[in-house]
Design a protein around this ligand. Structure first.
Ligand SMILES: Nc1nc2c(ncn2[C@@H]2O[C@H](COP(=O)(O)OP(=O)(O)OP(=O)(O)O)[C@@H](O)[C@H]2O)c(=O)[nH]1
Length: 633
């Protein structure tokens, strides 16, 4: 390296030996000198060099400060500014002599350059060594985390296995625990077990992604809507000036829903395939109706997540919209199997790239929030055109040239029917009350889901939290009267109520149960939660709305007990002052009224809670202790 250059390039040259780039990946030397200018500078340099010999040596302290301040990258101007700002005595004297403006200042730098260079080289070495050390540590941490994650997965699998064994428990054993439970006779239980092919399927996704259109079209294609009725719906959608919503109108039956072209309530319908019976719950996608979406998802076993195939629309739903929140909520409400329908691909000429890009965004996210790889499938479709919904397309080379996998309905047929809690004490969760005036059910009726046990006509059962006995008059599922309803069944029930009871008190969150083993009623519970992607940390006293199966009740977080390791459950920090996003923690929640609740360890579907605050979902978790003594199991 020649010294016969201008000062800037000399200082810059001192880095070229070791590291050409700074920490931000920018090149150090950015000034380029033309020949003429360079010659001029060289002449000036020679002059300065002569004068420099007479100048005082740069103070060691000054050099050190420069190195400390600029680390392994600094420019001529930065050095100059530092020297000027330096309060060193010698410089002050020089400043008196207008040193900083004089040409001698440059020579002052030159003669100290060797010291600077040396210091700088040492510094670069040190920085590089530290960088290397840090990288190695990060690598080690990553491997450790991967290892821990694997261990955690193994633990989860073990736990799930033991839980499944728990589902298959011999009812003789259970009779010892709940000796007085009136189980149905063995033949009926066997029949129910063999008949267990119903799946409750919720359709989730960002607003306008095409959920209702997709389901409406499936129902039409499977003959659940006859042509005459479809024609009528088509006419109505034309009248509203929303002809593209004709299939959505099949499920969106409310006046406001049709006028606005937005789903508000959870639309329910059902269809049958070769292997399965599906009850479908069409959830609203709009942010304002998340509570209704939660109500739909809490009844479901599996979900179809609809995402748009158009890049911008997809990103709108995925980054700022409801796609992620719906997926997280579904998972935390107990949905484990998911089919991702990449919709509206007709709008992008069935682009394989668009489809793959969406998978690349969605798949890692779903794995991260706890879905297992073998429980997620992706399928390209057009809900509006009906493409790849039931039968695979035969004359669409834009799609068939790259996609040869199953159609949406074929994926649905592959979903596993979850194990049901036939042998546990009866729990029937109410979702709504209405007065039946025609058809099979007359009088006081409720919409409900059987979570465990078997409910039969004429059963005399306990209604909580009101502590009154009710009689089952009739049960209807999928528009047909049935004599009994097994766990997993979404049904309508007509009730005989005591004359002193006002039926208007019946509401979502009430539970019909076995009088000998009533559901717990609590005003306080302990919950292990995972905090969502929130901006403001959760503190003690945080008001929340608690959603737990069909319950929706106000309360507040009364205690932040501890932050725990999500993998091991061990406490990391006791009594934290606040909870940040993605932390796992144990909290206590106080409710405004007595509420029916269960432990996660007793009833997996009932023992979950989701916490919301106004418009945001804050956390979801499992109930680990209720405010009273626990039953066994
Ligand atoms: N081109 C095209 N348009 C579609 C497709 N699916 C739905 N749409 C249109 O997208 C709009 C919204 O459809 P909806 O079915 O109401 O969407 P949604 O997700 O149910 O909406 P919310 O329930 O209100 O969240 C309508 O104009 C549909 O015609 C599709 O596959 N291709």
């Amino acid at each position: 390296m020649s010294r016969h250059k201008n000062i800037k390039s000399i200082i810059q040259d001192s880095y070229y030996d070791d590291d050409y780039y700074n920490d931000y990946g920018e090149e150090y030397g950015q000034e380029v000198y033309g020949t003429e200018e360079e010659i001029k500078e060289q002449k000036r340099f020679d002059k300065l060099k002569k004068k420099a010999k007479k100048q005082p040596q740069c103070d060691e302290k000054v050099v050190q400060e420069i190195v400390i301040q600029f680390g392994n990258f600094f420019t001529y101007d930065q050095v100059k500014q530092t020297l000027i700002a330096n309060q060193n005595d010698r410089l002050k004297t020089q400043a008196d002599l207008k040193f900083k403006e004089s040409k001698e200042f440059d020579s002052f730098l030159i003669i100290n350059l060797d010291t600077l260079k040396k210091k700088n080289k040492d510094n670069i070495k040190q920085v590089n060594q530290e960088k290397k050390k840090k990288e190695e540590e990060e690598k080690k941490m990553m491997t450790k985390e991967e290892e821990e994650f694997k261990q955690y997965e193994i633990q989860l699998l073990k736990k799930e296995k033991s839980m499944n064994q728990d589902d298959q428990i011999d009812h003789k054993v259970l009779n010892q625990i709940y000796p007085d439970v009136q189980y149905a006779d063995a033949n009926l239980i066997q029949a129910i077990d063999e008949d267990n092919k119903t799946i409750n399927l919720v359709i989730i996704g960002h607003v306008d992604s095409g959920k209702s259109t997709l389901m409406g079209h499936i129902l039409f294609k499977l003959g659940r809507i006859d042509k005459q009725h479809m024609h009528k719906i088509e006419k109505i959608s034309d009248q509203y000036g929303k002809s593209s919503f004709k299939f959505a109108y099949v499920l969106d039956e409310g006046e406001e829903e049709r006028r606005r072209g937005v789903t508000i309530n959870v639309g329910q319908s059902y269809f049958q395939t070769e292997k399965r019976q599906f009850v479908i719950l069409d959830a609203p996608g709009h942010q304002d109706y998340v509570p209704n979406m939660i109500s739909g998802a809490s009844q479901a076993d599996c979900a179809i997540l609809v995402v748009e195939g158009i890049r911008q629309e997809f990103l709108r739903g995925f980054i700022g919209g409801s796609t992620k929140e719906h997926a997280i909520l579904a998972r935390s409400l107990g949905v484990t199997q998911l089919v991702v329908a990449v919709n509206k691909l007709d709008m992008v000429e069935w682009s394989e790239d668009a489809y793959n890009e969406i998978i690349n965004h969605v798949q890692p996210f779903l794995l991260q929030i706890g879905f297992r790889q073998d429980n997620i499938s992706f399928v390209p479709i057009s809900g509006l055109n009906g493409t790849n919904l039931i039968e695979k397309p035969t004359s669409l080379p834009e799609l068939t040239s790259w996609y040869t996998g199953p159609s949406l309905i074929e994926y649905l047929d592959q979903l596993k029917v979850p194990k049901r809690n036939i042998y546990k004490p009866l729990r029937v969760c109410l979702y709504d009350y209405y007065k039946g005036t025609e058809g099979n059910l007359i009088g006081d009726c409720v919409q409900a889901k059987v979570e465990s046990g078997i409910i039969k006509e004429k059963d005399h059962l306990l209604l909580q939290p009101y502590n009154i006995m009710v009689t089952i008059k009739a049960i209807e599922a999928s528009n047909q009267l049935i004599k009994y309803a097994a766990p997993g069944t979404l049904c309508d029930i007509s009730l005989h109520l005591p004359s002193s009871f006002d039926p208007n008190y019946l509401k979502s969150g009430n539970v019909i149960c076995d009088p000998k083993y009533p559901i717990h009623q609590v005003k306080e519970f302990r919950c292990q939660i995972v905090v969502f992607d929130i901006e403001i940390p959760i503190t003690r006293g945080q008001p929340v709305t608690v959603y737990s199966f069909s319950n929706r009740v106000s309360g507040r977080i009364s205690k932040l007990e501890s932050v725990v390791n999500p993998k091991t459950g061990e406490s990391i920090k006791k009594n934290p002052r606040c909870l940040m996003k993605n932390q796992t923690a144990i909290v206590h929640i106080k409710l405004e009224e007595k509420t029916c609740m269960e432990l996660f360890s007793n009833y997996r579907t009932l023992g979950r809670a989701t916490l919301r605050d106004g418009q945001r979902t804050l956390a979801a978790g499992i109930n680990i202790e209720l405010g009273q003594k626990q039953l066994p199991l």
